[in-house]
Write a protein that binds this ligand. Structure first.
Ligand code: GLC
Length: 801
């Protein structure tokens, strides 16, 4: 019997992914339009709404065999006050067309098929392969979930012969997702390898690129969702979910950067984290007692290795009770954080969602939450008691605004103890009773009064927990930027938290996923990413650790972390030879902070990430479309790391233009693939001709000394010109949101036999204090020209001869 059920279960799951068996939405019988929305009424009583939000952004909402619900709510969406752009509507007997300045949306009436075209060229960007579909039996096509959750909904698009697919957040997969399919269901997957799916996060947003023209689709549906980019059939790329609405946003580029900006308009921007978050970070499951934490920091300082942050993993707590310290291991947390603060080191603590469930009173987090009825319950009213680190536990219903506020306020405990940031883990939410989530199916959340189950709420649990945490920190310390890092997420997470890629293996295979994962996350609205340097599970070695740092020293989040029973892997653990190389890269990271921070601020403001795949900067160049063993930082730095043992040479693709080897300043003409040497102490790095890269002094930690001098390294293009920017602020407060920053534009051009440097009038009101600017011309090899001036804070032109 059990066996039969299993076979049946498998069959139904397969069905869930064969969308050709689904019922199609009926043809359009009439339509009406309002100021920004066209509502289509279909023969089968279905309704479709097309809403024009911006010239390049149209929302598609469909309700099958019923009217579109008036209730419209999303945890991901940050903006709903769009100013309706110019648009018009035309119709023929066969079609209805919405035209904005950029997009043309053609709705074919029968069958109901939607085409998206470029308004100027009428070129087809994306077209329905079949009408939007649903499970006609009104039940879930998958077997996992409770039937009250809804029906399977899907949209299917024609699959382009040369179409590339990017994004989809955190997937253990390559950059270009063509011919692959994925599931979104936040899952705790320690030791995942390539193609393990799903893993921790759900970001149902992807980009399509064909002939250099990009569009984006954000399917804002938090149920278990499916994305197939031409894997099951070359006829279609489709997406669907096991419940909820067919509800997607269509973004038109044609540039990927423009789409990322719009996606950030819709789902929110990453606020700037404190500048120290770009510093080097060290973690371990777990450093205890307090003297061991001090020892690790002492070792960093003694060995002249820079360090900004140290983490306390779960063993700092009393019996894994969040919002407590173990009194024996950490008798004086305030004293400890103060001592470390004097050495320039900040402490971040892990805070898991599982609150220990205990019979006896006396654990405030449990007592208060129970009393206030903030914990999740099953449909029958019983408390939901998952099992996590503390044993039997409870989870907060973070959909309740009051519960989020209470949770945020509980963090006063950490702030009072001098803790500088919060690490949210296990928030898929992980449950040792059953990691598939089946044990959570009848767990009900308030969900704006809808009282829905985890079928809908599991994927947004981490988003709302991070929101409670972030908003709490912001309330408790309004003059500080919150720092939160999370493992699980849903779209919109960038408003509240940075992320890391969870429990990786200490293997070369896992290392080779760093670049595709960091870049894909960046293409999905999450710019602040990183991975446990050296890998989390298992025994690494010096070579692997060095090659891992040679990627992560440029990732926004650079943190070495290790499992409790894994082999120690702090930078010095494999001996001096490796430690010296790691020091070189950590120091270079600190010297590059002005460049990294300038690029991070761009990510905050524009939604375009700093850690980029080549395709983001060169989408017209087909050679870049599937490169994921190289990456770029901003527009200017191209890096080609080694991700295999015993390899000291590799091919590097340089896009069109002039490039300079970062180490030797040797000049290359791009548009070609070159072979370069990469002995263990070298990661091949190239600077784009035309760039000016600002650098500062090396530091042991952020704020150790003023950024003085600032060195502008000039890499002229073919015409002898270069340009760059420097962004600065106090690195700690939210003042930058009110204009307390300084942005300095620098440009260089050829003038007579020399060069002319022009400094623009700085923007913003931040005063960095007196310091020197150095300009170093990198194009002349050993005859580098250097100019030193005082930063006058005014526009000026200075010859460089
Ligand atoms: C999870 C986290 C890991 C952490 C461990 C103990 O496995 O992903 O980073 O060290 O839990 O808290």
């Amino acid at each position: 019997m059990k066996r039969l059920l299993l076979i049946l279960a498998c069959l139904t799951s397969v069905n869930a992914q064969d969308i050709t068996t689904l019922e199609k939405i009926g043809p359009v019988v009439r339509f009406e339009n309002s100021e920004k929305t066209v509502t289509l009424h279909c023969q089968d009583n279905s309704q479709v709404q097309l809403t024009v939000l911006a010239p390049d952004l149209v929302r598609v909402r469909a309700a099958f065999t019923k009217p579109i619900p008036t209730k419209d709510h999303s945890w991901a969406v940050a903006k709903d006050d769009w100013t309706t752009p110019r648009w018009n509507l035309t119709e023929t007997p066969d079609s209805i067309t919405i035209t904005t300045d950029e997009l043309e949306v053609v709705v074919h009436r029968s069958p109901l098929l939607i085409d998206f075209r470029d308004a100027r060229t009428h070129q087809l960007l994306n077209a329905d392969e079949r009408p939007m579909s649903y499970d006609a039996n009104g039940r879930l096509a998958g077997i996992q979930f409770d039937s009250k959750a809804g029906m399977f909904v899907a949209a299917s698009k024609k699959f382009g012969f040369d179409e590339h697919f990017y994004g989809l957040g955190e997937k253990a997969a390559r950059l270009d997702k063509r011919r692959m399919s994925f599931v979104n269901w936040n899952s705790d997957t320690p030791g995942y390898n390539e193609n393990k799916d799903p893993i921790y996060q759900t970001i149902p947003f992807y980009l399509g690129l064909q002939r250099g023209i990009a569009y984006g689709i954000f399917f804002d549906n938090s149920y278990r969702s499916y994305f197939d980019f031409g894997r099951a059939s070359s006829e279609r790329a489709w997406f669907g979910a096991e419940g909820g609405e067919m509800n997607y946003y269509f973004f038109y580029g044609p540039s990927i950067k423009k789409i990322l900006g719009r996606y950030a308009d819709l789902t929110g921007r990453m606020p700037l984290p404190p500048l120290w978050a770009l510093g080097n970070q060290q973690s371990r499951w777990s450093y205890f007692p307090d003297t061991m934490v001090e020892e690790v920091v002492g070792e960093y300082r003694k060995r002249d290795l820079p360090l900004d942050v140290i983490y306390l993993d779960i063993d700092y707590m009393n019996g894994y009770r969040v919002f407590t310290f173990d009194k024996e291991r950490f008798p004086d947390p305030r004293g400890l954080t103060e001592k470390l603060r004097r050495q320039g080191v900040k402490v971040v603590t892990i805070v898991d969602p599982g609150i220990k469930h205990q019979k006896e009173r006396g654990y405030h987090a449990f007592d208060q939450g129970l009393e206030k009825n903030f914990f999740q319950r099953r449909r029958n009213g019983d408390l939901f008691v998952p099992r996590v680190w503390p044993g039997d536990s409870v989870f907060v219903d973070f959909t309740l605004p009051d519960a989020r506020r209470w949770w945020g306020d509980l963090h006063r405990f950490y702030i009072d103890n001098g803790i500088a940031g919060i690490w949210n883990d296990m928030n898929e939410p992980s449950d040792f009773v059953d990691q598939t989530g089946k044990n959570q199916l009848d767990v009900v959340s308030y969900d704006e009064g809808e009282k829905t189950t985890h079928a809908k709420n599991r994927n947004t649990f981490a988003l709302l927990m991070a929101r409670g945490t972030y908003e709490g920190l912001e309330r408790l310390q309004p003059d500080r930027r919150p720092y939160v890092i999370t493992r699980a997420a849903y779209a919109g997470i960038q408003r509240y938290s940075t992320m890391w890629t969870g429990d990786t293996n200490s293997t070369w295979e896992a290392l080779s996923l760093n670049i595709p994962m960091f870049t894909s996350l960046g293409l999905s609205g999450e710019p602040f990413v990183g991975s446990d340097v050296g890998g989390f599970i298992g025994r690494g070695n010096g070579e692997l650790l060095v090659r891992s740092y040679q990627i992560s020293f440029l990732a926004p989040f650079c943190r070495n972390h290790k499992q409790h029973d894994g082999y120690d892997q702090e930078p010095w653990r494999f001996g001096k030879y490796y430690e010296d190389i790691i020091r070189k890269y950590l120091k270079l990271r600190y010297a590059l902070l002005p460049f990294l921070y300038t690029t991070l601020e761009e990510a905050h403001r524009t939604g375009v990430p700093l850690f980029r795949p080549l395709v983001l900067n060169y989408q017209d160049d087909p050679n870049t479309h599937n490169i994921d063993d190289q990456f770029m930082i901003g527009e200017d730095l191209l890096v080609a790391p080694i991700m295999k043992p015993d390899v000291t040479r590799r091919l590097v693709y340089l896009p069109a233009g002039v490039w300079y080897d970062y180490w030797s300043n040797k000049r290359y003409a791009g548009g070609t693939t070159i072979t370069v040497d990469a002995p263990l102490d070298v990661v091949p790095m190239f600077v784009r001709g035309g760039a000016i890269v600002p650098m500062g002094p090396t530091l042991n930690y952020v704020g150790e000394k003023p950024t003085d001098p600032v060195t502008f390294n000039i890499y002229p293009d073919d015409a002898g010109s270069a340009a760059g920017r420097l962004y600065e602020d106090d690195g700690l407060s939210p003042g930058y949101k009110r204009g307390v920053f300084r942005r300095t534009a620098v440009a260089v051009r050829r003038s007579g036999r020399g060069f002319l440097v022009s400094l623009g009038t700085p923007e913003g009101t931040y005063n960095p204090g007196p310091r020197t600017f150095n300009f170093v011309l990198k194009s002349l090899g050993s005859a580098a020209k250097v100019l030193n001036i005082k930063d006058s804070g005014h526009a000026q032109e200075i010859p460089l001869r």
